[in-house]
Design a protein around this ligand. Structure first.
Ligand code: TRP
Length: 432
């Protein structure tokens, strides 16, 4: 079975070196594994939760998409799309919202961190908290469940959200699945061996700490200037240095082979100056990302090419999402009326095709019945009976007992026995 791997990137910033090493590069590498079907998307609906600057959201979406493409993402192997091009996502979000416990959302980390901060500041507990932030995990669950992803590579801070997606999937399956698994239960995948890159100051590299090394922004000079600002100790060239735990070495190592790592450490211990060490690090990083820069610049200059790639991705994504959503709508009872009407019509049509008994009374006062085929051909004719009730009773017996009652019945065949038998057994089946 092919395994489906899915991940999203919130489009609020310009990709930096930490994003490249921690998320983009490993995602592309993982997408090349055999037996894996990858879905990567720009989480621009999620961006609206944190960012109300339209230009920033639009620009970030382009930059992140162009980065993935420049870094070698193969759109023939990976379904690569923009979240907001998939109308099935908000549609599913609502179905999931209706089966998600509010209490569970109260415990979501992002929401709790915001309420805790409000309380600590003496503000109203929900001050400045939007429903978007509150429901964030449900939108994320919809992203994942819509494609029945098995594995979701994320950072540690997102693991709780995947667990919430599992919970809501389980609940939905239980409520509406009628024994079927409508949703696959996804598994979070935290890559332990992927480096979380430290920033210039040694804390985690993050836009919010303003300590990032740019990936493509600013060109080779931008990279060089940022690396020059990495904080080191004040040891002079010639003095032995302790390479362990320094930002510079960790950033270097993210691009180095084991042999290059060992050599770098040995040289620092032997007194390599920080300036030279930084120069070596810039050259190493440049040797990896330099060749991608031209492609990136080309894509940024031709956003319509990025757009075309995302549209093609959306088409593939929706080909998977739409049929599932149609099934889910049926499951929860959102159904077209015509389906109900046509079921009735079918039932009527089936009924109309049955043979039919007709009862009547002749001018002499006697009661008769006859059996006609669906197309009106007479099959069976009764004798004249003095009691209407008796005629009715015979009709009833013939309908319920079929040909078994023929021997006793006051009737004569007006068609072959085979046709009469077939008609009576059709009526018996319809009775049942
Ligand atoms: N919330 C994720 C983040 O900020 C991004 C994201 C949105 C995502 N939807 C997702 C990640 C679905 C994985 C799967 O990192």
């Amino acid at each position: 079975m092919t395994e489906r791997v899915l991940t999203g990137i919130t489009t609020t910033g310009t990709p930096h070196l930490g994003n490249y090493v921690g998320a983009i590069r490993p995602a592309i590498a993982a997408s090349r594994a055999p037996g894996v079907e990858s879905f990567f998307f720009m989480a621009d609906y999620h961006a609206l939760i944190k960012c109300d600057d339209p230009e920033r959201v639009a620009r970030s979406t382009l930059e992140i998409a162009a980065t993935f493409l420049a870094a070698g993402l193969d759109t023939n192997r990976v379904v690569f799309y923009r979240q907001s091009d998939i109308p099935e996502t908000p549609e599913l979000t609502w179905l999931l919202t209706c089966v998600t416990a509010k209490g569970q959302m109260n415990r979501a980390h992002a929401y709790k961190a915001a309420t805790d901060a409000n309380v600590a500041d003496g503000k109203d507990i929900d001050a400045d908290i939007s429903m978007g932030l509150y429901s964030y995990p449900i939108l994320m669950a919809a992203d994942i469940l819509l494609f029945n992803a098995h594995r979701v590579p994320v950072g540690k801070d997102q693991v709780q959200h995947i667990e919430m997606a599992r919970d809501v999937a389980q609940r939905f399956n239980h409520l509406y699945g009628q024994g079927r698994e409508l949703f696959v239960l996804p598994q979070a995948e935290v890559e332990e061996d992927v480096a979380t890159l430290p920033g210039l100051d040694g804390r985690k590299m993050s836009k919010s700490y303003d300590n990032t090394v740019p990936l493509f922004e600013g060109g080779p000079k931008g990279l060089k200037d940022a690396v020059a600002r990495i904080v080191t100790d004040s040891r002079l060239p010639g003095e032995p240095k302790d390479p362990d735990g320094t930002s510079l070495v960790t950033i270097h190592d993210a691009f180095a082979t084991p042999a290059q790592r060992d050599a770098f450490r040995a040289d620092l211990r032997a007194g390599l100056g920080w300036g030279d060490a930084k120069q070596r690090t810039v050259e190493l990083i440049e040797s990896h990302i330099g060749p991608l820069r031209a492609t990136y610049a080309d894509l940024m200059a031709h956003p319509e090419r990025v757009e075309a790639a995302l549209q093609e991705g959306a088409r593939k994504a929706r080909a998977v999402a739409r049929p599932l959503l149609d099934e889910l709508r049926q499951a929860v009872g959102l159904r077209a009326m015509v389906a109900v009407v046509s079921q009735k019509k079918e039932a009527r049509a089936a009924h109309a095709k049955l043979p039919e008994f007709k009862q009547y009374r002749e001018a002499d006062g006697r009661f008769f019945f006859k059996l006609a085929d669906a197309d009106g051909t007479d099959l069976l004719q009764s004798d004249g009976l003095t009691e209407g009730k008796a005629a009715g009773a015979w009709v009833k017996r013939l309908k319920t007992e079929g040909s078994a009652a023929l021997a006793d019945a006051p009737v004569r065949l007006v068609a072959d026995r085979a046709a009469v038998d077939a008609a009576l057994s059709a009526l018996m089946a319809a009775q049942a």
